[in-house]
Design a protein around this ligand. Sequence first.
Ligand code: TSB
Ligand code: ZN
Length: 639
Amino acid sequence: MITITFKDGNEKLYESGITVEEIAKDLSSSLKKNSVAGLVNDQLYDLNRPILTDAQLEIITKDHPQAFEVLNHSTAHLMAQAVKRLYPDAKFGVGPAIKDGFYYDIATEHVIREEDLPKIEQEMQRIIKQQESMTRFELTKEEAREKFKDDPYKLELIDELDDNEIISIYTQGEFIDLCRGGHVGNTRHIKHFKLLSIAGAYWRGDSERDMLQRIYGTSWFTKEDLAHHLTVLKERKERDHRKLGKELKIFELNKDAGQGLALWLPNGYTVRKVLEDYVYKLERKAGYYHISTPVLGTKKLYQISGHFDHYQDHMFPLMSRDGEDFVLRPMSCPHHMIVYKSDLRSYRDLPIRYAEIVTMHRYEASGALTGLERVRAMTLTDSHIFAREDQIKEEVLSAYKLILQAISDLGLAIDYVELALRDETKGKFHDNDQLWDLAERLMTELLEEEGIEYTAVKGEAAFYGPKIDIQVRTAMDHVITMSTVQLDFLLPERFDLTYIGKDGEKHRPVVIHRGLISTWERLMSILLEQYKGAFPTWLAPTQIKLIPVNNASHLEYVQRLHERFIDEDFRSDIDYREEKLGYKIREAQTQKVPYQLVVGDQEVTNKTVTYRKYGEKDQVTLPLDAFIDYMHDIIRTKK
Ligand code: TSB
Ligand code: ZN
């Protein structure tokens, strides 16, 4: 007999070899129905794994935080068995549970396509009906090597384990798999699942190694939960900027042009241009001066700054000409330091705020590239502010406030503010402890004093200093940085920046790096997702779409309206095509044009305008001048 101690301290005697499922059944029938696995002495146990010694037991029920993981991991095994039945040559990499689901990496000659997924699901259903027990066996490393001798991936995993480690394998009908465990014990417990997609994945994430086929799926305890999750996924897809960017003809990504090198189409470029004009005015009002510096710089420049030592992983390789080495810049800071040094500075000149729309290039791993969200060529609304020490807090704060202003003008929602600090155990940060302590203290104090809520995260700082980052959540549920203010004592030292103080002596300024509203690329991805492609009028690529009911009789008036609108600086377009009226209206709708103006006899006779706003049913008729005033108001107030 063994003693089982429960979480609440109660004890009970059982026959050795009893399973979690049997204990659950003994306690109550509802507990049995809801049990998924067990924690035996804090170790995850399958429902059907025998308990052999005295132990502490917590039964994992469906509402336990670990239950979803156990279910999804079990479903991954189920899928692997089905795949192996359909494609007998299949070998398997890893198959973990992930957030909201699971995947399994598969090597087979058969190229798995979307159309194959229902077939695999059917086979999974068959295995569920067969009620295959998922049974655990423990082997020595030698025995495990023998069992998996035809499977190079599993052999590699086995070889990495300690020599005297006990290795567990699971059988499930004819299928065996290497696994630590934590399963639902029998395939009949798996009920509500769906296979979602297929992607390529390198074995061990290494691009030098085999490319496997990864099938993603998701598994839930109830039909309703599964249905709800599938709706969420569908909505996410609808909001995904990659899909919207294509439909609205905003940007193009093309293998031959280069991965992560986005091409801006007329609609995208128009929005970008409006944003650029907006940022220019905003910055001029806030005391910034604009400069322009090249995308190429010498290696030496980036050695002085420290980018070469701390940031090389993110840089494209060197280019050489006439015995000189060049880099494509990953940041503009070094150039801006040189601009500061182009003149003698006095304490009265500070702060100096240089702003630039900076095109820069970063090497990002190909697996990390995501539409416009993470690219390799990007253009940042950048600034470097040179200030005296006594001006630091004021300048960081006003940069932060300007960012909030821009975010509010753009109508964007932020997720949270992050204070990104260094991790002193990692080599990617500069190593002057004193400067780090000072910079981190100042940034923390400022956030506290201003009552700004923030989350501090170690290891996310820039190599030169701490950052205040404004984080946004994407349709794919990634958290990315939109805006940033960074405090830097390092670059002023490395470039030996000085100003003449009141005392006539040389002093060192500090540098504040500021990214206002990210790169145009990332900002566009955020705008597309947050507005679901329906830009507010002031940003919309086309603000007014003129649709003549009948080209022969209405085109002349339409043409006059169009010219008037252009004179008023509205972005107007005419749909001249000999298509059905309904078709043209529908297309203006799918292009999410904010104002659709259908022009017929009434409008021509009365010199009026009849518009329908995107997303609204009703039409409104106004005299032309009233409509123009109305549009100016909408655009000026950024409604
Ligand atoms: C603010 N030197 C500073 C600058 O002065 C700097 O470059 N900071 S940064 O590294 O944090 O980048 C600034 C912003 O660029 C980020 O906050 C992010 O919004 C955007 N960004 C960074 N990497 C990418 C990328 N791969 N694709 C698109 N945008 C990016
Ligand atoms: Zn910078």
